[in-house]
Design a protein around this ligand. Structure first.
Ligand code: CA
Length: 587
């Protein structure tokens, strides 16, 4: 409210439309304030839960399109953005590093920024972007050539632009940045190229680098231009020099808990994929764990110093990146927790204060690489399900092929889950699939793929791959499941109205009953949905928005599954829905 008043005063004095500056207090209040969506995750706890109940189980059947917005041109591919809504303006990012400002009421474009990308960018997994961040009078987003750009939110003019890393070495950027106390905090992408995963924080006003924190042990962090501390301890968990090109890309943004003043980022797979080269196949002590790859890393947002870490997949050998979002929530007994649903198929609950392991359970079926998680949070490996050592093969080139579940695209990939404060359950967009995987020899070459693996993803059930699950984080019980033919790749949102929203690659935008899983409403958007829904209210009406535009990693890397979904059409349309006032009250 205060911000709206400020905007009105500015309008009076400046005689033109002006938007109030977004403050740290506004960001901290984002999950509660229903008139705007200022952060990735609809609050930096990443719950994607709205206290709005104007649209509810009774009247969601009356949800109709308010407007649609085309991203235009031939630059289609996957549209994975989460829109930002600030003072009646919606900001979305599009494929190929584009950003649009749109009138949230009418869908009319205000301005568009199109990053001029150089030749030779190296995005591994489609030309996607997952959203922007807003702070002060600027809007921030990252580009495929590994830059972070600050634009004037009124005009779209570039205020500053900084290089996160050199794209020619395999770096890119696709996540939504996070703002904490005036710092723009970013990770990087490129884990398939033997890059060095790193989290960086910049002054939001100037773009000046404040701190860096590498995600692989042995590398030095920096603070205000000087070396700070080493990440971990050199060669504690990595043999030889492999740590130098150790991957661990924190490619999916972070979460923030103000109470403990902690940011948490996930780090991707260790490089290369062939775990025998990293000591993981035949470990001595902790050698082969390869910290902090495939881990969640908690840091002090002011300095980038590591507070705690939790490694989901030590001795990683299946491309089980540890990047999936870590959601802060309070359980039914009032305990403050973090939760994450990992690529490796297990759902983890950690203590909020110190990241200590609380509980873990499988959220997909037929997991083959581990029989469970022990009392310390470490997987109980099934050694026969590690792809074979190529140096032991007769030809020395192709190790034994194994069939592993989940596939490397994960029991869950980047597509964010939601926590409902109303039910206490998580709603997890998961996939049931496996892969043939084998290891090969590989040597590092700058800017080239660094895998040492071959693979083919395959379905494991005849009738479905995608599986939206209502998961009880206390008991591990799956309360209900919605099966979908194609793999799910869209974000999930819950509301106090008892609704669970998500989309499918087949193009349906769906509202489910949060308690029963009953499909209460759906709308065909014309292309596959791999974006992230939001909701907000304006002039007493609740709006829901999602982007449609098929793409992402599945068509590129999905093997036999990719062939199954070849028929799906690309797109690039932002859809906004509302229940008109008269229908909302009439039910
Ligand atoms: Ca990876």
């Amino acid at each position: 409210m205060r911000r709206v008043v400020a905007a009105a005063l500015l309008t009076v004095f400046a005689g033109s439309t002006a938007h109030a500056d977004v403050t740290e207090a506004d960001l901290a209040n984002d999950a509660e304030n229903t008139t705007s969506v200022l952060t990735n995750g609809m609050g930096r706890h990443l719950q994607r839960y709205s206290p709005l109940d104007t649209i509810n189980k009774n009247n969601v059947k009356n949800l109709v399109p308010a407007w649609a917005f085309s991203l235009g041109g031939e630059k289609q591919k996957g549209q994975e953005t989460q829109p930002i809504v600030d003072d009646g303006v919606m900001y979305i990012t599009g494929s190929y590093s584009r950003l649009y400002a749109i009138d949230a009421k009418t869908g009319k474009e205000i301005w568009q920024y199109d990053a001029r990308l150089p030749e030779g960018i190296l995005p591994c997994c489609d030309v996607v972007n997952r959203g922007a961040a807003v702070y002060g009078d600027k809007i921030y987003f990252g580009t495929l050539d590994a830059k972070i750009v600050a634009l004037d939110k009124k005009t779209g003019d570039v205020v500053w632009s900084k290089k996160i890393a050199n794209f020619k070495d395999g770096y890119s950027y696709t996540a939504a940045p996070m703002i904490v106390d005036g710092l723009v905090i970013t990770g990087n992408s490129g884990g398939e190229f033997g890059i060095l995963g790193e989290v960086q924080a910049r002054d939001a006003e100037t773009g000046e680098l404040v701190w860096t924190r590498p995600m692989i042990e042995g590398h030095m962090g920096t603070y205000k231009g000087k070396e700070s501390t080493m990440t971990g301890k050199l060669n504690a968990t990595w043999p030889g020099d492999l740590w130098k090109t150790g991957g661990g890309a924190p490619w999916l943004g972070g979460s923030y808990d103000k109470e403990t003043d902690t940011i948490v980022f996930g780090a991707g797979n260790p490089a290369p994929w062939n775990s025998w080269l990293r000591g993981a196949g035949n470990p001595k002590g902790t050698e082969g764990d390869n910290l902090y790859a495939a881990s969640r890393v908690a840091m002090d947002p002011k300095t980038g110093e590591i507070k705690w870490h939790f490694q989901t997949t030590p001795r990683e050998g299946w491309d089980f990146d540890g990047v999936n979002e870590v959601v802060a929530y309070t359980d039914r007994d009032g305990n403050k927790r973090w939760a994450t649903a990992d690529r490796n198929g297990f759902f983890y609950v950690l203590n909020r204060e110190d990241g200590k392991f609380v509980n873990a359970f499988p959220f997909v079926k037929n997991i083959s690489w581990a029989s469970g998680i022990d009392e310390n949070g470490r997987p109980k490996f099934i050694e026969d399900n590690r792809p074979g050592d190529p140096s032991k093969a007769a030809d020395g080139k192709k190790g034994e092929v194994i069939f592993a579940v989940p596939s490397f695209l994960g029991g869950k990939n980047w597509q964010p889950m939601s926590f409902s404060q109303k039910t206490g359950n998580f709603y997890v967009p998961s996939n049931e699939w496996g892969m043939d995987i084998w290891n090969e020899p590989v040597t590092y070459k700058k800017g080239a793929a660094y895998l040492g693996s071959g693979f083919t993803i395959k379905p494991i059930f005849e009738d479905y791959i995608g599986s939206l699950k209502a998961v009880d984080p206390d008991s591990g019980e799956i309360k209900w499941e919605y099966k979908n033919s194609a793999p799910l790749w869209a974000g999930v949102m819950t509301t106090a109205g008892g609704l669970v929203f998500t989309g499918t690659p087949e193009g349906e935008f769906i509202a489910f009953d949060d308690e029963t899983g009953e499909k209460l409403w759906s709308f065909q958007t014309g292309s596959g949905i791999v974006g992230q829904p939001i909701t907000w209210e304006q002039d007493g009406e609740q709006y829901v928005t999602v982007i449609s535009g098929w793409g992402g990693a599945v068509p590129l890397w999905g093997g036999e599954v990719a062939k199954k979904v070849e028929y799906l059409n690309q797109g690039g349309t932002l859809w906004t829905f509302r229940v008109p006032k008269e229908l909302a009250s009439a039910n």
